[in-house]
Design a protein. Structure first.
Length: 267
C-alpha cells in the first residue's frame, strides 16, 4: 500500500512548483530572503493578533501562513545548496533537546524560573560556540521591534548582575528619566527630548522585564482598549448627529469616561 501523502509534503511540493523556473509563478521566482522577510514578520504579527482576538479558526489559518514563510525561506536556501526544510526541522529539534536537559537528559526537574535562567546559560554557551562571545549582546537582532529588543538587551545584562536590585528602584529611575524629559520639552530642544524619550522607553522595558510582562503585548492590549473607547465616542457622537470634528475635547472626554465606566461595570 502506498503511504498517504503527509500535508507537509504537499506544501513542500507546492512551494517547489511555485519556484520552478519552468512554469512556476513569476512573483515567487523573483523573491529573495530580503524581500520575503517583511512578509514573515507580518505573518508573525497576524498570528499574535488572532491569539489576542481568541479566534482559533483565524489562528489556524495564520499559523499556516507563517509555516508557509518557513517553507519559502527553506526552499530558497535549498536552491542555493545551503540547507532544506528537513535541516530546519532537525536543527530546531536538536536545539530543543539541548535546551531541555531536565526533560530529555538526566538533570533534575526545574521550576519555570530555573528553566529561564538555565536557558540563558545554554544560549550563552551556544553563542560562544558560534564565535559570538565578544559581547553578551552580540546576537540580539537589531531588526527586533525596539521595545522587544530593549527587554532582551536588559535581560541579557541582568544575567551578569547588571540590573537594578528591586522593582522600586526601576520605577524610581523612570521618575528620574521622565523629569529629564520634561526639562528638554520645556527647553523646546527636540533632539535632546528624543534622546530622553528613548531613555524613558528603555526604563519602561526594564519594568516590563522585572514584572515578566511582554511590553508589546501590554501595548497591544492598550491599543485595543483605546480603539474600543474611541469607537464608542464616534458612535455616541453619530447618534447626536455629530462627527468628532464637530465636537470638542470636553464632550469627547466625557464620552471616553462613559466608555471606561461601562467597561468597568462589565468587569
Amino acid at each position: 500500500m502506498v503511504p498517504a501523502e503527509r500535508p507537509i509534503d504537499r506544501l513542500l511540493a507546492i512551494m517547489a512548483r511555485l519556484r520552478d523556473p519552468a512554469g512556476g509563478c513569476e512573483w515567487d521566482l523573483e523573491q529573495t530572503f530580503a524581500t520575503i522577510a517583511p512578509y514573515t514578520v507580518e505573518e508573525a504579527y497576524e498570528v499574535a493578533d488572532a491569539i489576542e482576538r481568541k479566534n482559533l479558526t483565524d489562528l489556524r489559518d495564520e499559523l499556516g501562513d507563517l509555516l508557509f514563510q518557513v517553507v519559502f525561506h527553506s526552499r530558497m536556501a535549498q536552491e542555493q545548496g545551503v540547507f532544506g526544510f528537513d535541516d530546519v526541522v532537525l536543527a530546531i529539534s536538536e536545539k530543543m533537546i539541548r535546551r531541555h536537559p531536565h526533560v530529555f537528559g538526566a538533570e533534575a526537574q526545574r521550576t519555570a524560573a530555573e528553566q529561564t535562567q538555565a536557558w540563558e546559560v545554554i544560549k550563552a554557551q551556544e553563542r560562544a560556540g558560534k564565535g559570538l562571545s565578544d559581547s553578551l549582546l552580540d546576537d540580539v537582532p537589531a531588526s527586533f521591534p525596539a521595545l522587544t529588543r530593549a527587554v532582551k538587551l536588559s535581560r541579557r545584562a541582568a544575567t551578569v548582575g547588571f540590573v537594578w536590585p528591586t522593582i522600586g528602584e526601576v520605577v524610581a529611575k523612570l521618575d528620574e528619566e521622565v523629569a529629564e524629559l520634561k526639562v528638554e520639552i520645556a527647553a523646546n530642544d527636540r533632539a535632546k527630548a528624543r534622546a530622553e524619550l528613548g531613555d524613558v522607553l528603555f526604563v519602561v522595558a526594564n519594568i516590563a522585564r522585572a514584572l515578566d510582562i511582554d511590553p508589546e503585548d501590554a501595548l497591544r492590549a492598550t491599543n485595543a482598549k483605546f480603539t474600543r473607547r474611541f469607537r464608542h465616542i464616534e458612535t455616541e457622537l453619530k447618534a447626536r448627529g455629530k462627527t468628532p470634528e464637530q465636537s470638542n475635547l470636553a464632550e469627547m472626554d466625557a464620552l471616553w469616561d462613559s466608555a471606561k465606566a461601562a467597561e468597568k461595570a462589565r468587569g
